[in-house]
Design a protein around this ligand. Structure first.
Ligand SMILES: NC(=O)c1ccc[n+]([C@@H]2O[C@H](COP(=O)([O-])OP(=O)(O)OC[C@H]3O[C@@H](n4cnc5c(N)ncnc54)[C@H](OP(=O)(O)O)[C@@H]3O)[C@@H](O)[C@H]2O)c1
Length: 314
């Protein structure tokens, strides 16, 4: 089958031919129609989890997918051939990913049915970004917040988080780079701050003089940058990082810090699928590209500038 893979950590992604996977007992074989891009896909191909999780090479990249069940292994009862499904192919060893014509998934792993009213393409954009946004909002302190500053709001997680938080009447302050007021406002952001033309701290204090209740920083990888954002949180509030920057950050006392790690599940996928089928969550498409052009799209993701999700048509 065709797939996009790297031959070693840090190598350029390339289109390759690899053997078709075969479903084992309790597994389904999914014919992938769409895969969506997440920064984790190239971060892990660069070796993010080297030494911590086993990998196989050529390492077929990708986690998120949607498609149809093509075959089932012995003892597989949860799905039937032809069922529309979506999920996150992230079990170890890393290297049997979703940027491919086929992927195998244990039936009890992070895979769910695509409900009527939800396209396969939309479903493919949901797993990692949608589950992350939904689970961040389950954090006790963030669940109760009235004002939420999202740094990096224009990307996959940020656009999902903005929609889900706004639906709960949270006042979302979207920190972005560029003129994105219209786009972010349409997703539910109350305030959009272009950090290339405005000072973030001044803009936040104009709206929330005491500071925001919560910060979700999707961008800062270094503790000092994270701490600068956390300084805009009011005493007793919470500051969360998706980039492991919170733990070592010099954050003022009285602020709860969280290094978020997604705990993916098919139950969470089901919740997202229902929300998306009802139109309550609309993952915005940044780009739709054929699998052959994935290497260029991956390079673009590395350079930044995501505006929603990039989807690969397999
Ligand atoms: N820990 C976990 O479990 C977990 C789960 C999901 C995601 N993540 C991580 O969270 C990060 C975000 O994920 P994603 O899928 O949303 O990525 P993404 O789709 O690439 O979006 C990142 C967004 O941040 C914006 N951005 C970059 N620098 C910025 C800055 N200084 N100020 C404001 N905006 C900025 C980018 O646009 P511009 O470049 O145009 O500004 C882009 O829109 C990734 O590093 C991902 O690996 C972690």
């Amino acid at each position: 089958m065709r797939a996009v893979a790297v031959r070693e950590f840090g190598a350029e992604p390339e289109l390759v031919e690899v053997p078709d996977p075969v479903p084992g007992p309790g597994e389904v074989l999914v014919r992938v129609d769409y895969a969506s891009l997440n920064p984790f896909d190239w971060q892990s191909a660069d070796g993010l989890l080297e030494g911590r999780v086993p990998h196989v090479f050529p390492l077929v990249m990708g986690t998120d997918f949607a498609g149809r069940v093509d075959a089932v292994g012995a003892g597989t009862e949860r799905f039937r051939i032809g069922d529309p499904v979506f999920g996150q192919a992230s079990r170890p060893p890393i290297g049997a990913g979703s940027y491919a014509e086929y992927v195998t998934m244990p039936q009890d792993s992070v895979i769910s049915a695509v409900p009527p009213g939800l396209s396969l393409e939309s479903a493919a954009m949901l797993p990692t970004a949608g589950m992350t946004a939904a689970q961040i909002l389950e954090n006790a302190a963030i669940r109760e917040c009235e004002s939420l500053l999202v740094i990096g709001a224009t990307g996959g997680v940020g656009t999902a988080l903005t929609q889900l938080a706004a639906a709960r009447d949270v006042r979302v302050l979207a920190a972005v780079r560029g003129e994105e007021k219209h786009r972010m406002g349409a997703l539910g952001a109350a305030v959009t701050i272009d950090t290339t033309s405005a000072d973030l701290a001044t803009a936040v204090r104009d709206v929330c003089p005491e500071g925001v209740d919560a910060l979700v920083d999707l961008v800062s990888a270094d503790p000092d940058s994270f701490a600068a954002g956390a300084a805009l949180v009011r005493a007793g509030g919470v500051a969360l990082s998706t980039r492991s920057a919170a733990g070592q950050a010099p954050v003022q006392a009285g602020i709860e810090t969280v290094d978020f790690e997604l705990a993916a599940s098919s139950e969470l996928l089901d919740i997202l699928a229902v929300a998306a089928a009802k139109g309550a969550l609309k993952p915005p498409i940044d780009a739709e590209v054929p699998l052959e052009k994935a290497p260029r799209a991956i390079a673009k993701s590395r350079a930044g500038g995501a505006r929603g999700k990039t989807v690969f048509v397999i």
